[in-house]
Design a binder for this molecule. Sequence first.
Ligand SMILES: Cc1ncc(COP(=O)(O)O)c(C=O)c1O
Length: 386
Amino acid sequence: MVKKTVYFDNAATSWPKPEGVYKAAEIYLRGSGASPGRSSYTQAIQVERQVFETRERAAAFLGAARPEEIIFTLNATDALNMALKGILEPGDHVVYTSLEHNSVNRPLHSLCHHRQVTATMVDSDPTGFLNVQEIANAVNPQTKLIVCTHASNVLGRVTPVKEISRLAREKGVYFLIDAAQTAGSVEIDLQDIKPHLAAFTGHKGLLGPPGVGMLYVRPGVRLRPWREGGTGSRSEEDRQPEMMPDYLEAGTMNAPGLAGLNAGLKFIQETGIPAMARHEQGLVQKLVAGLREIKQVQVFRPPGNYPSTAVVSFILKGLDCGEMGHLLEHYYGIMCRTGLHCAPNAHRTIGTFPQGTVRFSLSYFNREEEIDYALQAIREIARGLQ
Ligand SMILES: Cc1ncc(COP(=O)(O)O)c(C=O)c1O
């Protein structure tokens, strides 16, 4: 086979980006360059308008009622830290799940060790199914927060966030969604799901550049700021301005990143999530069917129809995942992620800890020929093991 370049690591960060994303970042860097919200000269005001436009577009796209409910962050990790460390106090209890990424697990670990927070982990079943009743059973009188990923980055299965949100409201606790894997791939309507907080990343399904993310903060939810400093507003005051989004957005903004995110969001709005998801799910079905025909392959995707992202985890029995990743890249030019994908408890649940899995994560820009090519590569590698 002639070696190609195939990118199957979109759950880590998406690539390629829509053309408009490259252009928007370049236009900012070459043409304006000013810092938004700080100065009154024309270029700075133009950039401020662009940042506002991105905030407005993101709010409309995600179903937030007002633009200022969207806080720009560095990435989903930053947004999750902002939420967890901003809301949890000594003595609070938090419920989380075995599907969480380390960007939830590690801040919680640190809060449990340094801020006298306690946490209970609820296991999913081996298919990534979360039982909402088990989450309810884990809530106790000290529980302040339930945090849950919207889709596992290992298994792709979408979690029932609307039901969990309802449960949180019934129990009188906050609900934080980690939507790093779903935004841009699965329709999200914050008015319908009604979480208190939701963390997003700009560089995966939203197709923006790295270095941008978002935190949705429902009105009335008060967080301690994760960072404080210059905002360009109320500069005469020592304390952080209380108005949103300034309260949580200290420091010079990533204006080229936000310009790129705006273009990524625009592309998705114009193309439509249903059309994009149809294409991605068609590729997933072809990939899973082909993988299942290779007898040494075990695919971690339950049969049946359920909402999922375009993530497919598998192992080739008899070959270490890291070695498999190396062979795929070295001989076939296929880029993918191997190992634990920063979600060790998900692997404990599905029985692949500590070696992990090989993960192919697809995007709207992948093509059927790439799936055929990858399946042929895996068949060749599997034959070499016999
Ligand atoms: C479920 C989940 N949460 C959080 C993150 C962290 O995202 P970011 O790299 O934008 O901080 C990831 C990234 O892989 C993820 O998959």
